[in-house]
Design a protein around this ligand. Sequence first.
Ligand code: C2E
Ligand code: MG
Ligand code: MG
Length: 694
Amino acid sequence: MPYVASVAITGVALLLVVLASTRWHLLLDSWALWPAVFLASAALIGEIRPLYVSKGDAPAEAISTSTPFVLALVSLGGIGPALVTQVLASLVDDLRNRRGLQKTAFNTGQYTLSVLAARATYAGLTGLPFFGGPVGVDITHLFPLLAGGVVMVVVNRLLVAVVVSIASSERLTTIIGHEAAFFAATQLVLLSIGGVAANVAASGIAFLALLCAPAVAVYLTTAAGIRHAHQASHDALTGLGNRSLLHQRLRTATARAQAAHREGPGLVLLDLDHFKDVNDTLGHIVGDDLLREVAQRLVSVLGDDTHANRLGGDEFAVVVDGDLVATQTLAHDLLASLEKPIRIGDVELLVRASAGVAIGPEHGTDADELLKNADIALYHAKVERDRISTYSARFDVNTVERLRLLNDLRVAIEQDALGVVYQPQLDLTNGRIVAVEALIRWEHPVHGHVPPDRFIPLAENSGLIAALTAHVLETALGSLAAWRAAGHDLRMSVNVSARHLSDLALPRQVHEALTRHDVPATALVLEVTETALLSDPIRARVVLTALRRLGVAIAVDDYGTGHASLSYLKKLEVDELKVDRSYVSDMGRDEHDFIIVRSTVALARDLGLRVVAEGIEDASTVVALRGLGCDVGQGYHLGRPTSADGIAQLLALPPHDPSREPAPVPELPTVPDGATTPPSGGTPVSATDPSVGV
Ligand code: C2E
Ligand code: MG
Ligand code: MG
């Protein structure tokens, strides 16, 4: 930036001129030499031990405590010594913070110009020569010296504010406005200490040393107060800003962007994948070390003015004072910083993370809205396995809670933690189990049992449904193969979603699964809903035909709740019709329901379809259905969903007459929490359907 270069060049040139023009012997031969050395040392120490002061909403800022001592030197040592001290202090600070050459040169120029301005003001108001030697500060010099101090601070801040204004295209007056009150408060205290020091120095170094005690006391109390304020706004584990500081940072950045009428601020939310596993398997100490290392890696890609925050757990956030492209680029950099494995003790850990991005004002005009939308984007990224996702209004169908649930579901699928239960279907005439329906079960580690009606629609809206169906099909065929090996010939019904019917790869996958388990295709029924059949009818037809060619039967599930006419379904060549339980369970009491069931059964039989009545809850319904000629039934009265072992037990019993008595409840080996382990891995599922209790 030409501005930075011109400040640096002018400042450094003037510094050289002053160094050459200073008559050093004036100080070296004078009484003021040792007090000046004392003040210069104090200034250097002050630079190394800055105070970190929070100003209102903004992040804490380092305030150099060298200012009062440099000011005292402006009168006591003359321009040369004051300038050398200030430039040395600034160089020490730049070196400690490993600032680049350009920044260091700018700082040198900026401090030179401010100290020169201070001396010029002081000399002008007192009538002393600019290059004059040491002068003690009495009461007549006190005001000019303080005025010099104010000029020094103002010039200094102004030079910096211009850089900020150019970089952020914010108006200079706005930036100065932000800072004026804060600097007036902190700098006036420091400048008055400078005035006192300059006055006391004339009485000798011993008095100056006496001034140290109260100065150090003030420093320590201020530092302790600041430390407390820091603790309240920072995360103890990583030292990063906490949630409340993130809110402040977002508010400040939003106000800035709005004042400058530009896009921004950006917000990147970042969450580690599978962090819980690290904690669970390697312990919290390793988990904490990992979080600290992650924090350091994130900080390493941030510039001086951008800060990382930890929102608790394994979630981090960064506010970006820039547009969407800058925010997305930073999100990439942040994730890239985690790519190299992290070594903790003897273990090397590979950390993966996902990021959600939101940008103001498009995705939110205040901190809360930006956070909410970045959170939605983050969970979208997790669920869809994109590493970075930028918020879009179309994600809004999913609230954060739903997305979190979906992410937990993805983890459950990956960890093979979903269970499958089976509900028997009985031949209503003789009570024999002729089929079972596989139903998915999910015991959430925190929320407990989550009903399929809650998570299946979510899975359908994301890419997860494919993995979910594959899991159920695999488990169900495994169980079926075991029952068949024990001599039981029965069918297995598996629910498939609308999405699968447009998936031309489904028939091949089904065929492979059948072959793997050595189960004949005729033993498998795939249940689809009417709405699924209607949503993409042309593809559905292709997929269904291919499946039927394999020998797999197709059932229309929940029949009567959609809008498909039976004749249309017939054209699609389905094999089975499952009359929805909303008609069946009430057919004994509601004449209207009874008529619907009667006509459906009659029509289906005419079309040559097998009819399964769902939701049979009592013996009288069995009698009624038998009278209508319905072949097969399913419902709590005939058997609740149960584990594979439960089905094996039921299969071993002699058939019972369902029109007389309810189905026997299998006696299952239970583990202490009342759950049984399903046959092929997965989480324990209740002995009988947990959603309805027994
Ligand atoms: P569905 O396919 O119609 O499954 C039958 C549902 O009715 C099951 O609920 C079952 O527990 C319940 N049920 C059975 N008999 C009775 C009864 O006599 N009375 C009453 N009130 N309910 C009865 P569940 O397991 O909660 O499943 C709900 C729905 O979730 C299923 O309806 C199905 O659409 C879907 N679903 C379940 N598992 C899967 C799966 O693996 N894949 C897909 N895509 N969907 C599934
Ligand atoms: Mg079903
Ligand atoms: Mg159904």
